[in-house]
Design a protein around this ligand. Structure first.
Ligand SMILES: Nc1ncnc2c1ncn2[C@@H]1O[C@H](COP(=O)(O)OP(=O)(O)OP(=O)(O)O)[C@@H](O)[C@H]1O
Ligand SMILES: [Mg+2]
Length: 220
């Protein structure tokens, strides 16, 4: 558990696993239950971090090498922590983030098969021993998630829709999925793996159940 009175919940999982959909519903449920909660996202979540987000996500998929990209993520993350996450947690607010450091661990460490220890060192430099109180991994076969993204893109296309990561090959996405499951196996107290191939309501019900049982959230 972190040292603050608010709780820090993060959502992880591959493209199209339903993170944004579930977080939106969860925030509604939390507010209805009278909980003080905010929703944020990475990369981004503060003014400076949103600027760095655009550097990371837009453009050619080989624009940055792995190390440069990792440093950009950690620069954005530090700003997000200092300006958004820590102040809210200190004030007793629950913070729900659409991705956090586990996505760097997994995309860089497993997807790109990069330096896992180097990533931990960078994380300790910006965050000390701070971690999420609970991280949901929305687990889904990569093909299904990518299929959802394609369907969403056709309905509602924006230039940000097809970002660099969605252009990566399927093998990369499979390594990402395995990476999340590996982290969850190694850190069972911090992680909850949810079967995200079920319908939207069932996934939401499972998330609320885990939050009630593990963090005492007053959700129905
Ligand atoms: N359980 C579900 N069953 C079927 N479709 C779903 C489910 N959850 C979400 N979707 C749909 O799949 C698409 C992707 O969902 P969403 O945007 O929430 O995923 P995401 O994990 O946030 O994706 P990204 O990684 O691209 O941000 C959306 O069109 C959404 O409506
Ligand atoms: Mg999303």
């Amino acid at each position: 558990m972190n040292q603050f009175s608010g709780k820090f919940i993060t959502f992880e999982g591959g493209e199209g696993s339903g993170k944004s959909t579930q977080i939106k519903m969860l925030l509604n449920a939390m507010h209805e239950a009278g909980m003080e909660a905010i929703r944020t996202r990475e990369p981004g979540g503060s003014e400076g971090a949103e600027e760095i987000r655009n550097l990371i996500l837009l453009g050619d998929k080989n624009k940055w090498d792995g190390e440069t990209e990792a440093l950009l993520f950690f620069a954005a993350r530090r700003d997000h922590l200092v300006r958004t996450i820590w102040p809210a947690l200190k004030a007793g607010v629950w913070v729900v983030s659409d991705r956090y450091v586990d996505c760097t661990r997994v995309y860089q460490g497993y997807g790109r098969e990069g330096d896992k220890e180097g990533i931990e060192t960078l994380y300790r430099f910006i965050a000390g021993d701070f971690e999420s109180d609970l991280t949901f991994v929305l687990d889904i076969p990569s093909e299904v998630g990518l299929g959802r993204v394609m369907a969403r893109t056709q309905d509602n296309w924006t230039p940000d829709s097809i970002n660099r990561f969605e252009k990566q090959e399927l093998e990369f996405h499979k390594r990402v999925r395995e990476g999340y499951l590996d982290l969850a196996r190694k850190n069972p107290h911090r992680f909850a793996v949810i079967d995200a191939s079920k319908d939207i309501e069932s996934v939401q019900a499972e998330i609320c159940k885990v939050l009630r049982e593990r963090l005492g959230a007053p959700l129905t």
